[in-house]
Ligand binder design. Sequence first.
Ligand code: ZN
Length: 266
Amino acid sequence: MPSLADVVDLLHTWYPPGTALDGDAVGLVAGEPSAEVSKVMLAVDPTVEVAREAVEWGADLLVVHHPLFLTPVSSVAATTPKGRTLHTLTSGGCALLTAHTNADQAESGVSEALALALGLRDLAPIRPASAGAATGTGRAGTVEPTTLAGFAQRVASALPATAHGVRVAGDPDRVVRRVAVCGGAGDFLLDELVGSDVDVYLTSDLRHHRAGEFLEHGGPALVDVAHWAAEWTWLPVVEARLHEAMGDRVGTRVSTQCTDPWSSRY
Ligand SMILES: [Zn+2]
């Protein structure tokens, strides 16, 4: 049976912590490296409900995308939500590892997983890590020609359902061939996409003024999806890689608990 250190090494080979952005907090958060790992659960957010799911299932390791601790804390007592998550995991014998911005840019990373889940082909990073690199920020690719409405329907059926749904800004009849995507809050890429050849840019957490001003340039349409749903597409990719690398020695589970904060729509 692999040790926690073995599984961490594997994940860090795929998603090197050194590629995380400055100020991010990635890697092993809790756990004894020599402990044996037979079950790994994957989730986007380390909420207490996700921690309970991991422990009830008997996970030895919970791999999450979003950091539990991004800013310094002076207490991890179970009197706070983050402390409760940590106590739930450690008292249940479950380690915690974060792969955040180091997973965003990588091959088989978050943006690539999102692009592939939506059926994009001929992928290239929107902002390559270096000239010609396959790694980098966001992904652009092609789809069979469709309309913006048709593309949005494909997105809605490809992503897990959320109350947020799929929001579209642009002419529903517009032809879509070139698509750019970025997992997470991708408004920082708007400036470089404004004059690009893409027909639509899909990301999360777009705000009124930035979206409105972007559309005034007559460039790509916008599709705004739930942050959790977009990044969830990465979890089955990691699960498949773990199976490939470790076979039956490690059992895996992808949490389907929706941890998007927007839970209802009226
Ligand atoms: Zn995110």
